[in-house]
Ligand binder design. Structure first.
Ligand SMILES: Cc1ncc(C[n+]2csc(CCOP(=O)(O)OP(=O)(O)O)c2C)c(N)n1
Ligand SMILES: O=c1ccn([C@@H]2O[C@H](COP(=O)(O)O)[C@@H](O)[C@H]2O)c(=O)[nH]1
Length: 251
């Protein structure tokens, strides 16, 4: 089965994807935040993510009310919690200590999408790739959980990196011609070895095994083109879930 996807469409103000937004407990970049907030049909914060939303929107708080804030509430400050609670944002306590606040927030997002019967192309997450390394690894693990629960792609964006988990058994066509793509990209076999074929990259794979201790495709880039040629989509086939990561142009 072919799957076409433009990972950075969500960051274009002219992009066509219908998105939902999840804000995690990491510094928020204004350049991404505003475009995503304006487009999102449902907006949520995971626990301390609400602190960052509050901080970034200082003085204009009432114009940036999330649909819900969920988590075990060990990071949201009392001031922030009181403010959003008074403004009638839903505060959903998810006390379970076997799943991260991110996983639980995404599971709630899937329920919300179903309840509201909205059509959503992508769930975009801000944060999740910086700060604590255990949390970064947990972010990737969340992508594995959520892939089992829904067909909706989830992309994670922080600083100048994007990550998303490509499904197994499909031929992915990634459109990487939005103008926002940075130089580098990578394919990381996070959940175990992957038999992989690619095109459109500088270092392609031809039914080769990616695996830790064998081969991991980091510091890859896109195929070089002649001056007037348009960049072709990157194609990736994999027999197991495979993490795609790419750079986002810094201004
Ligand atoms: C084997 C195992 N290791 C570790 C944990 C602990 N644990 C896993 S997820 C989780 C919740 C983490 O919550 P989150 O808010 O995402 O992260 P925090 O900032 O609280 O560390 C906890 C406590 C566990 N339940 N089981
Ligand atoms: O260093 C970090 C810390 C947190 N996250 C993500 O944010 C959520 C919520 O975090 P809380 O600390 O509970 O407020 C967490 O589940 C992580 O997904 C992060 O990415 N990096």
């Amino acid at each position: 089965m072919d799957e076409e996807f433009t990972p950075l469409d969500c960051l274009l103000s002219t992009g066509t994807q219908k998105i939902c937004l999840v804000i995690l407990n990491q510094p928020l970049e204004p350049r991404f935040f505003h475009v995503l907030w304006n487009k999102a049909v449902i907006r949520a914060c995971a626990d301390g993510g609400a602190n960052h939303l509050y901080q970034l929107t200082e003085g204009r708080w009432e114009s940036f009310l999330p649909d819900y804030i969920s988590g075990d509430f060990d990071s949201i400050t009392p001031e922030v919690k009181n403010f959003y609670s008074e403004k009638k944002c839903r505060l959903i306590e998810t006390a379970d200590q076997d799943l991260t606040d991110f996983t639980k927030c995404l599971a709630l997002m899937l329920d919300e999408i179903k309840t509201r019967q909205v059509q959503v192309d992508t769930i975009v997450t801000l944060g999740g790739l910086g700060g604590r390394f255990d949390q970064t690894m947990a972010t990737v693990e969340t992508l594995f959980h959520i892939q089992k629960m829904s067909e909706i792609p989830v992309v994670v964006i922080q600083d100048s990196s994007l990550a998303c988990l490509l499904r197994e058994g499909r031929k992915h066509q990634l459109y990487v011609n939005t103008g926002l793509e940075g130089e580098w990209c990578g394919l990381i076999p996070m959940g175990g070895s992957c038999l992989t074929s690619t095109s459109g990259l500088r270092w392609n794979l031809d039914n080769q095994e990616l695996g830790f201790g064998k081969l991991v495709s980091t510091s890859n880039t896109y195929e070089e083109l002649d001056a007037k040629e348009e960049r072709k989509p990157v194609t990736i086939s994999t027999d197991r879930p495979l993490l795609w990561t790419m750079g986002i142009k810094t201004e």
